[in-house]
Each structure stands twice: as structure tokens, then as C-alpha cells.
Design a protein around this ligand. Structure first.
Ligand code: AMP
Ligand code: GLY
Length: 437
């Protein structure tokens, strides 16, 4: 058999429009296996490495029709919403290889209740919890348990449907907010959890439903403000690998990922894509905070630049269930990515601000600026178009150098309202004891 690398290039359709998708697009486009790359709907960055197409990413029929018309040989689904909507099922039903689970597997992310129950059945360590569809019962429970507690809207809420309540009144208010409709239908079921403490660590894995290949570890910073204060966001900055993880903890996280995929398979769910394990490294060992059915954003922006494999090969192997033939290899460098946001995020913010200095930042060695919320205006300028605007990523042989380089690159970029956390990776720099405070 001819080696895979000499196989015919394919047209690829990538769905999504965030920083994660720009990072995916850069890695896909760099592959000799990639002929034409389409991104739907894409952003100001994906248009530089592929062709942005106006297509409803959540409409399985429209996505499948586009893929058929354009002779697409691989569909890659970035965000959770099309996965939960079953777009992968439509694509696969048409015989087109697809990276991303179908609607059944996407419940790992789409329903916290589903993933909690699966974890229970598989014996996967996670926070103790109860789930409610009724406000009065939820409030009763909260008062009985007392603070601290974590209140979560059950469905998708773009990373914002989780309230870590240190006071009882906060927990009560969070319950009222969820049932009051702040998170839409996502809040009609509410999950209430014990609060876990420790450093967080994400472990993503490629899987074809049988074989699991863990990726490098990454650590996101979810809170809006320095010192991990303020509301939860989609993610303010990230690094990889996570230097404070012990070998024992790493092995426990890998075992969880294997166990989760095995349980899905045992329950008849064919999961092909990325499974994201969000862990808290507690004194009792790693416990799962959440599973996501997709790559992390911004984790992808520090994981993919370190991956030495051809991403198209790996994704095709997942889609075609031959991941057992693939071994992953990683650059030894550290990667640090700082998110530049619009002032006001995760609340309301203005859009359309002209961005300058991206080219100056990218002229630095080993710096890549991934676009998250950007667009191109009528004058051809790159402008802000979202809360998370850019992910400024640097690679270097040491963690400290990577961090310094990322912040130096951030200084070169300007737009009105530019906001960033200056403490991304700071605790990890000081070692594990920085979490004891
Ligand atoms: P999730 O979307 O469930 O991962 O929650 C988002 C963020 O909320 C996590 O990354 C944690 O920072 C925090 N969080 C979620 N669940 C818990 C928990 N049980 N204990 C403490 N923090 C939590
Ligand atoms: N960075 C967190 C997430 O992608 O859910």
C-alpha cells in the first residue's frame, strides 16, 4: 500500500468562526493532503488561509449539500452547536468522512445531566451533584447544602452558564437566574454541584470511537479578571503543556478519557472526533468538571502549534476508524496564548474597531496571532467583531520565554477597548504551591 502522505489531496470543509477554527484552519491548510479549504462561516483570519463561505453551520442538510457540490472529502466540525444539532449525522449519512461526533455523542457536552450519568455508570470521578427542573426544589436543596456550591445551566451556554457561588445568596440568585431564563432553554434544567478546589487542566483526545490518543495537556483561564476573579468567560488565555501536572495525575486523566470512550462505545454511541476532558486536580486526584464534544477554545491555539503530525491525516484516521495506526508526537516547546478581548466582555461590548499591529506581532519568531472575533470591513481593514478578538500565541523552549514573548507580541497590537489578563500562566510559573493560597 502506498504511504498515506502520497494520497490524493482532498477538499476540506471546516465549520465555525472562532479562534479555535482559525487555528484548525492554519494546521489543515498546512497539510499536503489539503487541496481546497472552505470555512463556514469563518472569520477575518480563516479567510487568509482558506475560503470563507456563507453557510448555516447548524443546518445539516445545507452543510451536506455544500460538501457534495464541492467534492469535499472531509468535514471538520469546530463548535458544539452543530454537533448537538446532529450535523455530523447528516454528513456521515451521505457517506462523507466527518470529524466530530453525532448528536448522541455530542450530549457529552450538550447535556450536563447526560455526562454526569455516564460518568456515574463508568465510575469516573466527578463532583457530587443533583439536578432539578423546578426552582423551588433547587432552592430547597441549595439551602440544605449551604455554600460554597456550583450552579450550572444544563444545556449549552457558551461557557457562561456556570456560577461558582461562595455565598448562599449567590447560589440562590444563580438558581433564580437559570430558571428565570437568563440562559434560555439551557437553564430549564439546573445542575448543582459540590465545589471542587485545585488547579484546572484540560486533556483533549482524538478518538475514532475505539482508539483514544490523548493530546498534550493545556490550562485555560476561565475568569474574566486577573487573580481568577470576576465572571466565567469562554477563556482568557491558555498554555501547554501544563508543567505542574504529576505523572500520576496525567495517568489518571488518560484513564478517564479511555474509560469515557469505552463507556460511550458500550452504550452504542459511535464517537469520532475530539473528546475534551476538563479536570480539577483535587487533593483526591483529578476529577472531571465537564466533557466537551469538540476542541477547546482557546486550548486548540496552544495544542495544535505543538502537534508534529499532519492534522488532516489524524482527523481522517478518526473519521475512518483507523486511529490505531496513528501515534502522536509533540514539539518539546511550551506554548502560551493570551486572549485580547473587547472591553466589556463577557458582558456587552462594541464591535467594528480597527485592529493594527497584527503583522508586527507575527514578524516575531514563533508568534502566531489567531483571529477569534474579527471581520474585514468595506475598506479591507481587520476590525473587531466579537468579545474574544485575537489569541496571541508564542512558542519557546521554556515556559517563561513563551510567556514573555506572547506578552511582548500583545503590546504590538492595538484596537480601541483592547483588554487582556496580564497573569496568564503566572501561577504555573511559581509552581504547584501557588494554588495552595
Ligand atoms: P464547566 O463549563 O462545567 O467546565 O464550568 C466552567 C468553569 O467553572 C470550570 O472551568 C471551573 O472553573 C468552574 N467550575 C465548574 N464546576 C466546578 C466545580 N464543581 N467546582 C469548582 N469550580 C467549578
Ligand atoms: N476553553 C474552554 C472550552 O473550550 O470549553
Amino acid at each position: 500500500m502506498a504511504p498515506e502522505t502520497s494520497a490524493t489531496p482532498l477538499n476540506i470543509l471546516l465549520l465555525g468562526s472562532g479562534g479555535r477554527e482559525h487555528a484548525l484552519a492554519v494546521s489543515l491548510a498546512a497539510s499536503p493532503r489539503c487541496a481546497q479549504l472552505y470555512v463556514a462561516p469563518g472569520n477575518g483570519g480563516t479567510g487568509l488561509v482558506g475560503t470563507n463561505v456563507a453557510l448555516d453551520e447548524n443546518d445539516g442538510d445545507a452543510v451536506t449539500a455544500f460538501a457534495q457540490e464541492h467534492n469535499v472529502g472531509l468535514v471538520v466540525i469546530g463548535p458544539e452547536a452543530p454537533l448537538v444539532a446532529g450535523v455530523a449525522d447528516s454528513v456521515r449519512a451521505a457517506g462523507i468522512p466527518c470529524f466530530g461526533p453525532g448528536a448522541a455523542g455530542a450530549q457529552m457536552e450538550g447535556s450536563k445531566k447526560f455526562s454526569k450519568e455516564l460518568m456515574e455508570r463508568a465510575g469516573i470521578p466527578t463532583a457530587a451533584y443533583a439536578s432539578f427542573t423546578n426552582e423551588a426544589d433547587a432552592l430547597d436543596y441549595v439551602r440544605k447544602q449551604g455554600a460554597p456550591l456550583v450552579v450550572k445551566a444544563d444545556g449549552l451556554a457558551a461557557g457562561k452558564g456556570v456560577i461558582v457561588a461562595t455565598e448562599l445568596e449567590q447560589a440562590e440568585e444563580a438558581v433564580r437566574e437559570c430558571f428565570g431564563g437568563t440562559f434560555g432553554a439551557a437553564g430549564s434544567t439546573v445542575v448543582i454541584e459540590e465545589m471542587l478546589v485545585g488547579p484546572e487542566c484540560s486533556l483533549l483526545a482524538f478518538t475514532d470511537g475505539k482508539t483514544v490518543r490523548p493530546m498534550a495537556t493545556a490550562q485555560d483561564h476561565k475568569r474574566a479578571l486577573e487573580g481568577d476573579k470576576g465572571p466565567n468567560t469562554g477563556g482568557m488565555g491558555v498554555y501547554s503543556p501544563v508543567p505542574i501536572v504529576t505523572d500520576e495525575e496525567h495517568a489518571a486523566m488518560v484513564a478517564v478519557m479511555d474509560n469515557a470512550v469505552a463507556e460511550l462505545a458500550a452504550e452504542g454511541i459511535d464517537y469520532r472526533g475530539c473528546l475534551y476532558g476538563g479536570f480539577m486536580l483535587t487533593p483526591q486526584g483529578p476529577k472531571v468538571l465537564e466533557f466537551n464534544a469538540r476542541f477547546g477554545d482557546p486550548e486548540t491555539q496552544v495544542i495544535l502549534p505543538r502537534l508534529e503530525n499532519d492534522l488532516v491525516e489524524v482527523m481522517l484516521a478518526c473519521a475512518e476508524q483507523r486511529l490505531d495506526s496513528v501515534e502522536l508526537s509533540w514539539k518539546p516547546d511550551y506554548a502560551v496564548s493570551v486572549v485580547l478581548t473587547s472591553s466589556g466582555y463577557p458582558g456587552s461590548y462594541e464591535k467594528g474597531k480597527v485592529i493594527t499591529g497584527i503583522a508586527d506581532a507575527e514578524a516575531m519568531d514563533n508568534v502566531t496571532v489567531y483571529h477569534a472575533g474579527t471581520a474585514v470591513n468595506d475598506e479591507g481593514e481587520i476590525v473587531t467583531a466579537g468579545g474574544r478578538v485575537l489569541d496571541v500565541t508564542a512558542l519557546a523552549p521554556t515556559f517563561e520565554e513563551a510567556r514573555n514573548r506572547a506578552y511582548e507580541a500583545c503590546e504590538k497590537i492595538a484596537f480601541e477597548g483592547k483588554t487582556l489578563r496580564r497573569d496568564i500562566g503566572l501561577r504555573a510559573l511559581h509552581g504547584r504551591s501557588a494554588w495552595d493560597a
